[in-house]
Design a binder for this molecule. Structure first.
Ligand SMILES: [Zn+2]
Length: 346
């Protein structure tokens, strides 16, 4: 059962902090996955990481005050940041959208400022864990999340564990190679044929631009540079080229999903991020999802094809801080369990 549905409030609180290039999202989440309070503030990355960390800590205290809660209830914090990172060392390395944060010991700095232990994680892994804990994956023991935005990000959770890899670079699912032809598109990472070069919002806009530049007929010809939302609207109004763009995106994404389905055999695959073509609330989104399901069913082993759930993500932009708090909660209860078993042994 989804813990947030249990109706019980918990005294134990965990804080999730999701650092992005534009905003920092902060949330206080209870032991059942219920969001008690949340807010966000501009990252102002030119002011450096210390500024954002101090502001995150004072924001948490303000949120608690507003809700008449005490800081002593906060047991642990979770911090999600963009990569690349060194998770065991607690370092954020060379994030492209946070240039002032290079090689910064972010976990230790936050732990000192907050006077609490901190679980450090990749922001996409945090979003995946949020969905796994209280979102679209809460009925499953394993999950893969694809996030479609500027790039293609994602996370893989198996039995409470985020697959971060030996070098904190696991689950880079946007960089699976889906095209090995000589004409493969070049990914933002510089390598050819990666999923991100085909199914990200950036790729969708580029593919649309190429077809319009070639003179293809479409109502989008009137637009300077159509966004995914404009493309989705054109597709919803029956524009043949826009429909093809959306369905091709489903086809590319399906290649990545089928590949991972054979590797992970997850209970559920979720599709999240800003570009979801309307999600499950409209016909286009449902058609997009159905196309993916049909393709993946065709392209995977029968046992997987018949049992894999594929859906849109449920939590929206709050998934990152909820998941960061969830990972903190997991580590808190694990450390308690270890402490008590050590005590029993001695
Ligand atoms: Zn790549």
């Amino acid at each position: 059962m989804n813990p947030a549905d249990s109706g019980e409030k918990s005294e134990h609180l965990f804080v999730g902090i999701d650092v992005g290039g534009t905003n920092v999202k902060v949330g206080v989440v209870d032991d059942n996955g219920r969001v008690v309070a949340d807010t966000s503030f501009p990252t102002e990355q030119q002011k450096g990481p210390e500024f954002a960390i101090e502001l995150a800590c004072s924001t948490v205290r303000e949120l608690l005050l507003q809700h008449e809660l005490d800081y002593s209830q906060v047991l642990r914090l979770g911090l999600g940041t963009p990569g690349p990172m060194d998770i065991p060392a607690g370092l954020i390395l060379t994030p492209s959208n946070l240039p002032g944060w290079r090689n910064f010991p972010v976990r230790q700095t936050l732990a000192q400022a907050a006077d609490r232990p901190v679980t450090f994680c990749n922001d996409a892994a945090a979003a995946a864990f949020g969905e796994y804990w209280v979102g679209g994956g809460s009925d499953f023991s394993s999950l893969v999340l694809f996030t479609l935005g500027t790039g293609v990000g994602g996370g893989i959770i198996v039995d409470d564990v985020s697959i971060d890899g030996a070098h904190s670079h696991g689950a880079e699912i946007g960089h699976m190679r889906i095209d090995s032809s000589d004409s493969a598109r070049i990914c933002s990472c510089g390598m050819p044929g990666h999923l991100e070069a085909y199914a990200s919002a950036t790729a969708v806009m580029l593919r649309t631009h190429e077809r319009l530049a070639a003179g293809e007929e479409s109502i989008l010809q009137d637009q300077q540079s159509p966004t995914p939302l404009m493309i989705a609207n054109a597709a919803s109004s029956g524009d043949a080229m826009a429909i093809e763009i959306v369905m091709e995106t489903a086809d590319y994404l399906s290649d990545g999903i089928a590949c991972l389905a054979h590797v992970i055999d997850p209970g559920v695959v979720l599709i999240g991020g800003a570009m979801n073509f309307g999600g499950s609330d409209n016909d286009l989104g449902r058609t997009f999802l159905d196309r993916i399901k049909t393709n993946v069913r065709r392209d995977t082993f029968t046992m997987i094809a018949e049992n894999l759930t594929i859906d849109f993500a449920h939590l929206g932009s709050g998934a990152g801080f909820v998941g960061a708090a969830g990972l903190a909660r997991r580590d808190y209860w694990r450390s308690r369990k270890n402490t008590s078993s050590t005590t029993q042994l001695s």
